[in-house]
Ligand binder design. Sequence first.
Ligand SMILES: CC(C)(COP(=O)(O)OP(=O)(O)OC[C@H]1O[C@@H](n2cnc3c(N)ncnc32)[C@H](O)[C@@H]1OP(=O)(O)O)[C@@H](O)C(=O)NCCC(=O)NCCS
Length: 182
Amino acid sequence: MTWRVRAAVPADAEAIAQVHWDSWVATYTGVFPPASFDGFPLAARRELWHREASNSAPGRCLMVAVADLPVDDVPVLGFACLGPYRTQAHEPADQGAGEGELMALYLRPGQFRRGIGRGLWQAVLDAARRFGYPALRLWVIAGNPAERFYAAMGATPVGHNVFEAHGTPVREHCCRIDLSTA
Ligand SMILES: CC(C)(COP(=O)(O)OP(=O)(O)OC[C@H]1O[C@@H](n2cnc3c(N)ncnc32)[C@H](O)[C@@H]1OP(=O)(O)O)[C@@H](O)C(=O)NCCC(=O)NCCS
């Protein structure tokens, strides 16, 4: 299968939301309690990604990996979202100031380990450099196989946090990559 990465357009929002939902179910069932899924339904994801696909604020972009031949009638295989780092409540106020954040990176289940994540990651890094971010941060749930993906991409753990998802404690790690050397 051949595919390419391009900037998302508002017409992609529906497919992106579906990928987000399906990938969440595949990845976080048993990690997040069912109420977390109820609290972030497909309709809310559609709105979120429609808004983000139309967001032309500086330092932000939403990208999709699309198959040249649609799979099950849907060309979108995965997506990634980049923006300015959102300093967490538990962090010092200037943590990650001026840096970028990989806010989301999700592939359709069934499309893992084919290099699509790497392709989106590379596109995010290129965009982050264009925007002038000196580094990129991201948060990943502890134990998610994605930790090994980010390690393979050269991002290293720099912090951690534990938050409550509807009464369930969930540990997450912050990883960072310096874009002057990567
Ligand atoms: C994480 C994710 C984006 C990675 O994308 P991918 O296309 O599956 O990964 P790639 O094929 O590009 O892998 C690149 C390298 O990362 C490493 N890697 C990727 N997935 C891995 C895994 N499950 N276990 C160990 N190493 C892994 C490998 O070194 C791999 O190189 P190789 O295949 O030559 O060995 C994808 O698996 C995904 O969408 N997962 C579900 C959603 C998710 O957890 N998103 C991250 C939220 S923070």
